[in-house]
Design a protein around this ligand. Sequence first.
Ligand code: BGC
Length: 759
Amino acid sequence: MNIERILSEMTLEEKASLCSGGDFWRTKALERFDIEPIMLSDGPHGMRKTNRNHCPTQMDEATAKAVCFPAACATASSFDKNLIEKMGKALGDGCQAEDIAVLLGPGINIKRTPLCGRNFEYFSEDPHLAANQAIGFIKGVQSKGVGTSVKHFACNNQETRRMAVSANVDERTLFEIYLTAFEEVVKNAKPWTIMASYNRLNGTYTTQSKFLLKDVLRDKWGYEGLVVSDWGAVDEREKCAVATLDLQMPSCFGKTDAILVQKVKSGELDEKYVDDCARRVLELYEKYKSNHIGGDYDRSEHHRLAREIASQCAVLLKNEDKLLPLDGKGRVAFVGAFAKTPRFQGGGSSHIDCTEVTSALDAVSEYAEVAFAPGFEAESEAPDETLISEAVELSRNSDVVVIFAGLPESFEFEGGDRKHMDMPACQNELIERIAEVNPNVAVVLHNGSPIMMPWRDKVKAILEMYLGGQAVGGAACDLLFGKENPSGKLAETFPLRHCDTPAYLNEFGVGDNVEYGEGVFVGYRWYDKRQMDVMYPFGFGLSYTQFEYSDISLSADEINDTDTLTVSLTVRNTGDCFGREAVQLYVSDPECSVSRPVKELFGYEKVALKPGESKKVFFKLGKRAFSYYNIDIHDWYVEDGRFDILIGSSSRDIRLTASVYVNSTTKIPVKFNINNIIGDVFSFDEGKKMLLDFILTTLEREGRISSKDLEGEIDPRLLCLFNDLSLRTTMDFIISDGITRETLTECLDRISDAANGLK
Ligand code: BGC
């Protein structure tokens, strides 16, 4: 396909029209050039193919059945890039079979607050983890010749007023926390498309932000793919074109296409912007055509894979007296509505019409005979005494009770945020009442984000399954009965109270503005810096076996920031069953001129180990691992100094440490001016000497001081006072004809040159 030739033959009207949807899910056909519509479909953890046109009063239901894999909240907890790549490959096969050109996902927004209603679709509070899980996902899907759409670019961290709100974020926080995952994904996985979000960023809709889409995404990061709007996220189409948003979805029924044409004709918009957008739509079309092979896929095999993946994502939060795994003997009771009808996916555009669902009650016959009592109704909040009493009676007469609880779907869905972190009262009461009559209680949780667990000390085991996909019941049984060993780690902190959370004071904002006042201190970065206790820390998760860490070694004691540091260590399975451990690497910068997190995740590896087996684990660290985003140079910057490398089993269980000295190879240019404080100049020894020389020799020359006045030390109190004075103000305090704005500026220029090494 000769894209340039087609472009040159297309009319302006055709080009403008190609850059908006043909219907709700497809691009436009251009019969004159044999171009057919191609389909974009949700996503992310399964295909939500729908052929219907959107109905304004109903959620659009999927028309093709598909396999629902675990949602991102779960797959992030696997801390396993290879596992999610495997899932991506399966999704890619499914998309080929359904003629889907682009799967709308993954969602990689950072979990700024646990209340965001769409957190279940996002990976983590940590950008490095989100990036790497997303890279695995994208590589998997795209290896099958199907595109992905990384969403929602950017700072769509809440559902409240998502189409109007402006996320107001300072530059450092933006790059260190909210853009990092997008940057890493763009550079390492080359997604076919990126989806610009609904919200505004610092006042401008992201769909029409030249800063975000052109200056950062394309020019700074080198992105060459297509940018599509979130569904209905376009305001002023001509501004979107200039910002390089290529495709407006869904169909605008020609309305904004006409605006583009009119703006070009009136000379307000250069046609080259429309050409560029149309070119990228044609390139996407060509990618689809040259990769589309169709075919079919084995739905039962994908269901089996969904079970395997879910079992490697679950996080064992508590296991007192080794209650788990169960041996299947004695009287086992399953309690809770979610044992029969599991909660395994969230509401909204990611909602899959599943090929089949395996509940824990379906799967448990593979391991044991159990008695069942529902205890509550899935969507209810108020306790139902009849259901509770029945479950309590069953529990009283059982040896062990497994309660399947969590959040109803109505608590977590696209378009709304949670109001609190509580589970429904009926579930909390059920657990408390059962714990009163039976000492052996395990709780299996189905939820997309952290919850409060007032009964936490009264039960022996807690297994967090998250929203584990359509085979979650099977995976839960595999874990409960020890066929699989839990190996997930929390990709987000479970706080003790909602009011402890980083964004609490500015959670969803006021009106159409939300201030990201917590800055870079999101997730564990916040709890660590404030030295707060949490319920379960980031990176935490137990196993049925134990692991021992040893032999940390660094490839060098001192490096330049352009070098790569290799870190190695050994992990050994010291228990008596097979297990997987997610080894985590954090970097800490103990001394820095800007306030930095206590530690930040920069590497993780999942290692599978037989009992007694040990393996060496390697990490490679480049400049980014030691940098912070410097707003003077608008770039990443390493401040010279010692950095600690921390190897942990969780963010609060550091097992090994080592240090490296890193030298910066970037010099930040200094430019002193008369509005700097004296302390700025004094912090640089030669600058201090030059400035004092200038002032004192001028005063001496003018006969205002004598050489005698210059003998001895300057009073330290005076020096301290001087330190915070602006240079401009000193002129008001010193009587001198020779110290003027001009001569002081000349002196400061000389000092700046000296600081920059030019003299
Ligand atoms: C959601 C996107 C989704 C799109 C298409 C939007 O409302 O924010 O995540 O891909 O709809 O369903």
